[in-house]
Structures are given as C-alpha cells and as structure tokens.
Ligand binder design. Structure first.
Ligand SMILES: Nc1ncnc2c1ncn2[C@@H]1O[C@H](COP(=O)(O)OP(=O)(O)O)[C@@H](O)[C@H]1O
Ligand SMILES: [Mg+2]
Length: 295
C-alpha cells in the first residue's frame, strides 16, 4: 500500500504556499481540512491525489532528522499497539532563504469516510459499533509513553476498519515524562509572547490527557460538542464505563469541552493579532492559519 511522493508536484505546491503567504491570498490552494494548528492541502498529481500537511520550517538538518526519527518511531509504535495508521511519507526540500520545509504526505482518503462525518450520516447502531472498535484501539495503544489524539476527525473508516490519520505531531514521552516532539518548533506559530508560557504549560497539562485511556476518551467525547454530536455522549459514556477505573460523567465532559474551547479560541485570537502586526510592519506572516472553528 505504499506510494511514491511526486517530488516535482510537491515542489510546485510549496511554491504556491509561498505565493499565498507573500500575497496573503490563499485562493490558489485547495484545503482538504484543518485541525487547531495545521492546514491540510490537497495535491492533485498524475499519480493520484495527496493530502499534504505542511510542517513548521526546520532551521537545520539536525532538527529535521530528529523529527524524521520521531515520526518513524511513532508510526511503528502505534502499529505495534494495534492501531492501523494511514501510510505517511515525509517530504522535504531546502529553502532558498535557509531552513528546510517539510510535509507529511498521505494519499487523499474519502471525506465521507471520516468518522466525524459518519457519526452524522450513519445510524446509532453504527456509532455504537464504531465506539467499541475505537475503545479497543485506544486501550491497546495508549500508555504513559505513547499518546493518541483520538478525536473523531482523526479516524477514517475504510471497509469496516479504522485508520488513524493525525500523525504530524507525534505524541511520545521519555521515561521522565518529557515530550520527544520538538515542542518549541511545533508551537512556532504562536506569538513569541505566548510561546514560552504555552511551552511550559503544555509540556505537562495540555498533553497529559493524550497518554491515558481516560484522558483520550474524555477529549474524544468533549469534542463531540464541537462536532454537534452531543446527543451521542450518554450512550458512549455507558459503553466506556466498564473500561475506566474512574467513570466519566456528562458534566465532566461538558466542563472539559468549555475549558478546552476557551483556550484554543484564545490562542487563535492571539495568532491573528500577531499576523495583523506582521502585516502592519509589512513583514510576511510565515504561517497559514486554520479558519475559525465554530464553538
Ligand atoms: N489523508 C487524508 N485524506 C483526506 N483528508 C485528510 C487526510 N488527512 C487529513 N485530512 C483532513 O484534514 C483534517 C486535519 O488533518 P489532521 O491530520 O487531523 O491534522 P491536525 O493535526 O491539524 O488535526 C482531517 O480531520 C481531515 O478532514
Ligand atoms: Mg486532527
């Protein structure tokens, strides 16, 4: 199931991204989707259609190689834990002005099969079956050193099997609980003022939830509010109960979502202020920002 990344096409996609950043006009780019931090761009090549996730610019080769190593280990460990992960290749090229630009590339998967869409279009029986397969995968993989960002929009159901797609920010910790990801680099789109605060705060609290089954399930359920799928929460809570030492409640899910939504909305506002600042100073803003999420 491997594929070859079309080198020249990716190079021209990056040219289009550069133009979009320079002109603050992204109409030349096709968006497949977005999360809180990244944009996923579609690349139509002769050999197929690809989902391209642009990474922060690596300042040097050592930082790139470090990331490559972390990504590969993450994909391997998820698969060993029983998670089916979408085939993912890392593509990179040096930039004329210095640094190295990289993309995580996957084949474009059908939008209709995204679990956040299927939970709208399929029956409650399908949802219950999905959630039990979901719990199996989460329980099998997650540990204090291996994390999962398991929101519904990070899974695709292909032929009755769940495929995990959100691997750009590998969630792994060493024995001392430190993130292996270059967190500083991956938070580079935050305004400098916030970066250090967030780096310190996130290193523990924001990331903790990804490293336990309970935390991953809480995050998944909380995000159902964002997806307008709140009606599924009571059934899912009942299904999850037997698997958790400390059961979750509807109240805890609602409180969690409110706090999570507030912090992301705050970060997005700060980034926009920062982008405006760049524009006023006539400096190109170096990041593509995701559109606002309706919360
Ligand atoms: N391989 C893919 N094929 C089709 N759509 C994709 C693919 N990968 C990502 N997307 C779309 O982009 C969204 C965000 O991608 P994801 O990898 O989860 O990044 P993020 O870290 O920003 O959440 C997904 O929810 C989905 O809608
Ligand atoms: Mg995602």
């Amino acid at each position: 199931m491997t594929f070859t990344v079309p080198d020249r096409d990716l190079s021209s996609l990056e040219d289009r991204v550069q133009t979009a950043l320079r002109t603050s006009d992204d109409t030349g780019l096709t968006l497949l989707g977005h999360g809180e931090v990244t944009l996923v761009l579609e690349l139509e090549a002769r050999s197929g259609s690809f989902a391209c996730k642009r990474l922060p610019v690596f300042p040097d080769r050592a930082r790139l190689l470090n990331y490559e190593q972390t990504l590969r280990t993450y994909l391997r460990r998820l698969r060993e834990g029983g998670v089916r992960v979408a085939e993912t290749e890392l593509w990179h090229q040096p930039r004329p002005g210095g640094g190295i630009v990289g993309y995580c590339v996957q084949e474009t998967l059908p939008r209709k099969r995204l679990c956040s869409n299927l939970l709208h279009s399929e029956s409650e029986a399908w949802a219950a079956d999905f959630f039990s397969r979901f719990l199996d995968q989460v329980e099998g993989a997650v540990s204090p050193t291996l994390g999962l960002d398991a929101q519904a929009s990070n899974w695709v159901d292909i032929d009755g099997e769940l495929l995990y797609i959100d691997v750009t920010s590998p969630l792994m910790r060493d024995a001392a609980g430190r993130e292996l990801l270059d967190v500083r680099l991956f938070f580079a789109s935050l305004p400098w003022l916030l970066r250090d605060i967030v780096r310190v705060a996130t290193a523990k609290s924001i990331f903790d939830k990804f490293y336990s089954t309970r935390g991953v399930v809480l995050d998944f359920l909380g995000n159902l509010h964002k997806e307008r799928l709140g009606h599924l929460i009571p059934g899912f809570l009942a299904q999850a109960e037997a698997r958790l030492d400390v059961p979750l409640t509807e109240q805890e899910v609602a409180d969690y979502y409110r706090a999570d939504a507030r912090s992301w909305a705050f970060i997005q506002r700060l980034r926009k202020v920062d982008r405006l600042g760049h524009r006023l100073l006539r400096r190109p803003y170096p990041f593509l920002l995701p559109p606002d999420v309706d919360r």
